[in-house]
Design a protein around this ligand. Structure first.
Ligand code: SF4
Ligand code: SF4
Length: 294
């Protein structure tokens, strides 16, 4: 199995649209994971049938037993996250603000505080026309998205050990969810766009990826909107020896396909579809080359 993550330095580059189209076009058995857990939307394009949801327990958070609490206020005084407040003679923890540091457990003279597991999301195992999809839903305001990404990847890999390709729709940015996504992958396909912030974010995400040593590939989406910046990105990638394996033009068919909730490659021939076909062919060669080297 080759593990490939489609990622981007910033949101809104078309990463999920490209992942869905590649899932549809690439041959062989595939398992999909949507690791963009803060804004999971691969399912909106692949219309999966849900098979099994599982609760996701994030970090523990503090719970005060009002029957034991004497109302001394020590916990409120020591909580650096402003998560504890008085309520009806006792004190209560706001689970959304609680960061799980357990300081309140240490300072409570009445032993009224315990750390308890809290469900902060759901991991779902679903079926699409192109294979299984593991995706997740985070409770609004819950943190731990890096841990949830890890849970999504683990479930996907355990369920489909024998498939050819593990295709991940990764999160944007360079934070904890990205690091959790790219750890252990063989290849990353970075989606960028010709803008000053696009190039800046591309450089940042490449710097993070290099610490994990996957094969790094780039695709430029909407490349024709700013030809001079596209050229700058091409020159920078050439200097850094990073192959650009696709350039996708701006195409209203993409917006229309997102509106319909299907991959753009389902919607007949269009300039974007043709460019994604070329991207798929180049990616297939990369995957074959990678396989032969192992
Ligand atoms: S420190 Fe313990 S006893 Fe004091 S208010 Fe907090 S929970 Fe209640
Ligand atoms: S565990 Fe830490 S963050 Fe949570 S309520 Fe206690 S002191 Fe505050």
């Amino acid at each position: 199995m080759i593990r490939l993550a489609v990622i981007s330095g910033k949101g809104g580059t078309g990463k999920t649209m490209i992942t869905a189209a590649l899932a549809q076009l690439l041959p062989g058995s595939i398992v999909l994971a949507d690791c963009d857990v803060d804004a999971a939307n691969l399912e909106l394009l692949l219309n999966p049938k849900q098979i099994r949801p599982e609760p996701f327990m994030g970090m523990k958070s503090a719970v005060i037993d009002p029957a034991i609490c004497t109302g001394c206020g020590e916990c409120e005084m020591h909580c650096r996250f402003d998560a504890v407040h008085p309520e009806g003679g006792a004190y209560r923890v706001n689970p959304i603000r609680c960061e799980g540091c357990a300081v309140c457990v240490q300072v409570c003279p009445a032993a009224a505080v315990t750390m308890q597991p809290r469900q902060t999301g759901e991991v779902m195992y679903s079926q699409t026309e192109r294979g299984h999809l593991v995706h997740a839903r985070l409770v609004p305001g819950a943190g731990n998205s890096g841990l949830l990404v890890h849970a999504v990847k683990k479930m996907a890999m355990e369920q489909d050990k024998d498939c050819n390709l593990f295709l991940i729709d990764g999160p944007p940015g360079t934070g904890c969810p990205l690091i959790s996504t790219i750890s252990g992958v063989d290849m990353v396909l970075i989606v960028t766009e010709p803008s000053v912030s696009g190039l800046h974010d591309l450089k940042r995400v490449v710097a993070v990826c290099r610490q994990f040593r996957p094969r790094i590939l780039v695709v430029i989406n909407r490349f024709d909107l700013e030809p001079s910046l596209t050229e700058t990105i091409e020159m920078w990638c050439c200097e850094e020896k990073i192959p650009i394996i696709g350039k996708i033009p701006f195409d209203p068919a993409v917006i229309e396909s997102v509106r319909k909730g299907v991959p753009v490659t389902s919607a007949g021939t269009s300039p974007a579809t043709q460019a994604i076909q070329i991207l798929k062919t180049n990616l297939e060669q990369e995957l074959m080359h990678y396989n032969n080297k192992r």
